[in-house]
Design a protein around this ligand. Structure first.
Ligand SMILES: [Zn+2]
Length: 180
């Protein structure tokens, strides 16, 4: 199922790091390049550096924190907002108009431009209102992002079967321990 406003690639980007098995799809310059090229965000002949990997990882965790904030969790977001501001500055956006909408287009090339496109999708989703439905799973052993399609925006976990039930079982055990 595809997500609105370019949030598909934003969600995929955040989920490149899978906390529980400890895997990271964009942990090296080569891996980051492959990932971005596969999504049409980067031309094939681009050099990708270790610094680019660090910048991508910072942006990824900043977006994860903001999406956790969307899930109603008390999270400090000032540093995360600054990371997005920086990514936007590095992208050097130009506003390009169609007859229906204005699009942020990065002037920067390379990874700065590619990360800029991810930030531009977030900006578009914020403008259209879909952004608040992108949430980080409330299970802190998971922290995957998902799109909340529930009418009242009430979803807390990426998967009720896995994360939801696990959290519920844990709080049940906690209550049992307290009452012993
Ligand atoms: Zn989860």
């Amino acid at each position: 199922m595809s997500l609105p406003d370019g949030l598909e690639v934003v969600a995929e980007f955040v989920n490149t790091r899978d906390i529980e098995p400890g895997t990271d799809e964009i942990a090296t310059p080569e891996a980051l390049k492959t990932w971005l090229v596969a999504r049409g965000l980067l031309p094939k002949n681009t050099d990708v550096s270790v610094d680019d990997v660090a910048r991508a990882a910072d942006l990824r965790e900043a977006v994860r924190a903001l999406a956790l904030h969307n899930n109603g969790e008390p999270v400090e977001v000032d540093a995360s907002r600054t990371v997005l501001d920086e990514a936007a500055r590095s992208a050097g956006f130009t506003l390009r108009f169609t007859t229906e909408r204005a699009n942020l287009v990065p002037d920067a090339t390379g990874v700065a431009g590619a990360l800029g496109m991810i930030v531009a999708s977030i900006a578009g989703a914020m403008a259209s209102g879909s952004w608040e439905r992108l949430k980080t799973c409330a299970n802190d052993e998971c922290q995957g992002v998902f799109f909340d399609r529930a009418r009242n925006h009430s979803r807390r976990w990426c998967s009720m079967e896995v994360c939801g039930n696990r959290i519920k079982a844990r709080s049940f055990r906690a209550r049992q321990t307290q009452s012993e």
